[in-house]
Design a protein around this ligand. Structure first.
Ligand SMILES: *[C@@H]1O[C@H](CO)[C@@H](O)[C@H](O)[C@H]1NC(C)=O
Length: 124
């Protein structure tokens, strides 16, 4: 009894390990907005968008959006969300930060997935 239970347990562990090693893919989508020339106004609602052209059938990672300034991560702009189901966009509110032209968004997947610099400005 004990023997077969532990056999079952190791079979299960093997199954989980092989599923984990299967083609689950950390997906780093290409950010399509904000990009160079984009201006976000503090306090407004905007979309971060990305290309779904290279979306793998299995995405192993959740999405989360961070704001960076001059390549340094500042703050989360969103909680985690289902990256595979997000359909290429996530809506965020522009935080009340110092206006500047050296902001970037980081889209997880991966901390290296940083977009080009764009502008955050005050509302006039
Ligand atoms: C974000 O994109 C969605 C889908 O295209 C659209 O319905 C929504 O109005 C957009 N929101 C903003 C703030 O642009």
């Amino acid at each position: 009894m004990k023997f077969s239970a532990s056999l079952l347990a190791s079979a299960f562990t093997f199954f989980v390990a092989s599923v984990g090693a299967a083609p689950s893919t950390v997906w780093d989508p290409t950010i399509t907005s904000p990009i160079m020339g984009t201006v976000w106004l503090v306090g407004t609602t905007v979309n971060v968008t990305w290309s779904t052209a290279d979306q793998p059938s299995t995405v192993s990672n959740v999405g989360q959006i961070y704001l960076a300034k001059d390549q340094v991560q500042l703050m989360a702009l969103s909680g985690t969300f289902d990256l595979a189901a997000a359909n290429g966009f996530h809506t965020v509110t522009v935080p009340d930060v110092v206006p500047g032209d050296d902001y970037e968004v980081v889209l997880f997947g991966d901390s290296g997935n940083i977009g080009p610099s764009f502008v955050i400005a005050e509302q006039t």
